[in-house]
Design a binder for this molecule. Structure first.
Ligand code: NAD
Length: 332
């Protein structure tokens, strides 16, 4: 945000959803998320407590995720939530806007559309985990879930290893067409499979569903697999067997979220793991933790989604939008 601050010191910058798409690609999202995970592990960046409430209107969930990254000079919040009736109106169910403030004086500096950025920063998180934790010789990518986030996840993941095949499962098979289209566009063979078969074939698995019960069981996972659990971001949600969590080497974006509302919440509740069993992925990025220690190890990244990821990509979007003439400037 510091460059954006300098570029337009007096006014407010508005970066639309379209402008975000024009200036933020997967590489810039990956770098922003990797850097902020590293800053979190160094103690340079921290998230504030999350607020998320059912507002008792339109079945909506609404809230705030906020934080400060001293290293990247990003201060602000993402405000938004989930409106389940939106899809029928031709809108995305998840709606959000990111507000960035000047950390030197507290002035509002930028309003940045958060819908596209949420998808690319979430995909960047699993991609960062694959880059740092998956076996170098991973060949088959397994996708569990085929909703809005899934194609973003697939594109980012396919760039991390020389994958030769995608296997995928979704409750409603019709939705797999979206994933198949991306795989075909990128020239990677695609197969629709059941969940057990998916685990048999996949070297890397991404789960990105809204499930409230385990979809993948411990005994199905083969040695050496890396799993990125990205769907569980709320108390009660669950994508994998708690016994799998207890047996894997665990990494996360933020431990406080992982144990309370992330995939690790169930194993924590059962007493089969402790907080100290989970490593922030930033420690691997910083070189303070070796990450995968051998090729038979099952590594699991609990990607809960933190406000600092949003601030990181929004700051990059604000800076690039100013540089590329894509930002609107408003005098306050
Ligand atoms: P979506 O509504 O577009 O898709 C939901 C997906 O979950 C679909 O594939 C659907 O078939 C599947 N699903 C729903 N209920 C299920 C069940 N009981 N069992 C198995 N599959 C089920 O949602 P989306 O935008 O793609 O988001 C997917 C999930 O990711 C949501 O839970 C969302 O809250 C979460 N999310 C996490 C982050 C993060 O940073 N970790 C960011 C954004 C979204």
């Amino acid at each position: 945000m510091s460059d954006a601050n300098n570029a337009n010191n007096e006014g407010l910058i508005i970066v639309s959803e379209e402008a975000c798409k024009a200036v933020i690609d997967r590489d810039s999202a990956f770098s922003a998320v990797e850097n902020v995970f590293a800053a979190m592990a160094n103690g340079d960046a921290y998230n504030f407590p999350v607020i998320r409430e059912a507002i008792g209107y339109a079945d909506a969930l609404y809230g705030f995720k906020s934080g400060f990254d001293r290293a990247g000079k990003s201060l602000g919040l993402k405000s938004g939530g989930y409106w389940p009736g939106n899809e029928a109106k031709g809108l995305t169910n998840h709606q959000s806007t990111i507000f960035l403030f000047n950390p030197d004086n507290g002035k509002l500096r930028a309003l940045v559309g958060g819908n596209y950025l949420t998808a690319v920063r979430t995909a960047a998180a699993s991609a960062v985990s694959i880059a740092h934790l998956a076996r170098a010789d991973s060949k088959v990518l397994g996708m569990v879930g085929a909703g809005h986030q899934s194609t973003f996840q697939l594109r980012a993941a396919l760039e991390q290893r020389s994958f030769e095949k995608v296997v995928a499962w979704n409750g409603n098979k019709d939705r797999l067409k979206n994933l198949q289209a991306v795989a075909e566009e990128l020239g990677v063979p695609f197969e629709s499979v059941d969940r057990e078969e998916l685990c048999k074939q996949a070297d890397v698995i991404i789960t990105i569903t809204s499930a409230f019960e385990p979809l993948l069981m411990k005994e199905w996972i083969k040695p050496g697999t890396h799993i990125a659990c990205m769907g569980t971001d709320t108390v009660g949600k669950q994508e994998v067997d708690a016994a799998l969590i207890a047996s894997a080497t665990l990494f996360t974006d933020e431990i406080a979220q992982s144990i309370s509302l992330g995939e690790a919440q169930h194993a924590i509740k059962a007493g089969s793991i402790q907080e100290s069993d989970i490593t922030p992925i930033g420690a691997v990025i910083n070189g303070d933790h070796p990450g995968r220690s051998h090729k038979e190890e099952i590594t699991l990244f609990d990607g809960t989604g933190v406000g600092l990821q949003d601030l990181a990509v929004a700051s990059a979007a604000a800076r690039l939008a100013v540089e590329k003439g894509e930002a609107q400037h408003v005098s306050l």
